[in-house]
Write a protein that binds this ligand. Structure first.
Ligand code: SF4
Length: 333
């Protein structure tokens, strides 16, 4: 499982993500945690993380994947995206390796997850694509111990590693940061097409349960036209059952002078997505019962009533609506 090309003059190309960084001996990639050491791309953060936390699965956000179960979450430093609005910039943009305080092997992570009765382990906070080997080794062990695995990712990964990555993931929240190449290029220093390819692959060709998140930034990715095009793309390429979360942005990093997303912006996007025919649409980061609830796709009654991450009512029985017996899409106990 080596995703690299050996080039002339001691250079090596990392081919995990579409940046395809060409690195001289001793040079690290855009993501900070992968480095050419004597002709091999090495994940220098392997076995180190910025800390472990236990969250409800709704915080990932995954709303239709074992609701209210506990998830052991961790990440490293660095990122392969260049988002100017990054909400986790203090770790993704940090080059201070002393912040990789916790040395935790995959075995220890699984042991901790077991001890704390976590149903899943999540690779999150920064993008697991860049700490691929650490995430996959942990995910393989999780499978051995009956623990589910979750990736929270921007989906900026090349097709071949993507196959190996999603093979070991049970759930994923993939960011679809905006629905234009212009937005990705200007605000994420990346491209839209590889992300769309990853989403199509993960939803249509793997067993991984996928939910999508678009964080809305006023004046950047929130016009009616662009949201409509995003929803139509989802309907056509994935289906109406893939959950879509519209989450609020807070001023951070190079967008610290911008305004936080207004609830009216989220609500507007929510209505557009519903009108387009998407069955499971949510708003996030600002609590509201109506728009964080899961409704039965047949009878329209609330099957998982929430206020943000908090579960208020659970009206599913074996994953079916208690009112009309229709299956709710997702993974439920
Ligand atoms: S994973 Fe890191 S080193 Fe590899 S291509 Fe992407 S940004 Fe470059």
């Amino acid at each position: 499982m080596k995703y690299q090309n050996t080039l002339k003059d001691d250079k090596v190309q990392c081919v995990i993500c579409p940046r395809n960084c060409i690195l001289k001996d001793g040079q690290e990639g855009f993501c900070h945690v992968r480095k050419n050491i004597d002709g091999e791309i090495v994940l220098t953060a392997y076995g180190y993380n910025t800390g472990l936390a236990i969250d409800p699965v709704e915080k990932k956000p995954l709303y239709q994947f074992y609701p209210q179960s506990s998830v052991l979450s961790f990440g490293t430093l660095g990122c392969n995206m260049g988002c100017q609005f990054c909400q986790n910039w203090y770790t993704t943009k940090s080059r201070d390796d002393s912040r990789l305080l916790k040395k935790t092997s995959p075995e220890e992570i699984v042991k901790i997850a077991k001890n704390y009765n976590c149903a899943s382990v999540a690779f999150t906070y920064n993008d697991p694509v860049i700490f691929f080997e650490y995430a996959i080794d942990t995910a393989k062990l999780c499978r051995d111990y009956g623990i589910k695995t979750i990736a929270v990712t921007s989906g900026y990964i090349n097709p071949e590693p993507s196959r190996n990555f999603f093979k070991y993931m049970d759930g994923a929240n993939i960011d679809l940061k905006g629905f234009s190449e212009k937005f990705y290029k200007k605000n994420c220093l990346a491209h839209l097409k590889p992300v769309l390819e990853t989403i199509k692959y993960a939803v249509n060709e793997t067993n991984c349960w996928v939910e999508l998140t678009t964080m809305l930034i006023d004046g950047e990715n929130d016009t009616e036209d662009v949201i409509k095009r995003e929803c139509e793309w989802i309907l056509k390429n994935l289906g109406d059952y893939v959950p879509l979360h519209f989450s609020a942005f807070f001023p951070r990093y190079n967008f610290s002078d911008r305004e936080a997303t207004k609830f009216s912006t989220l609500l507007n996007a929510y209505r557009i997505a519903k009108n387009c025919g998407l069955k499971y649409v949510y708003t996030g980061n600002l609590t509201n019962i109506e728009t964080s609830t899961t409704y039965c796709k047949n009878c329209g009654r609330p099957v998982i009533l929430r206020n943000g991450y908090e579960l208020l009512q659970y009206n599913l029985n074996n994953g079916r609506c208690i009112y009309c017996n229709t299956i709710c899409d997702g993974w439920f106990t």
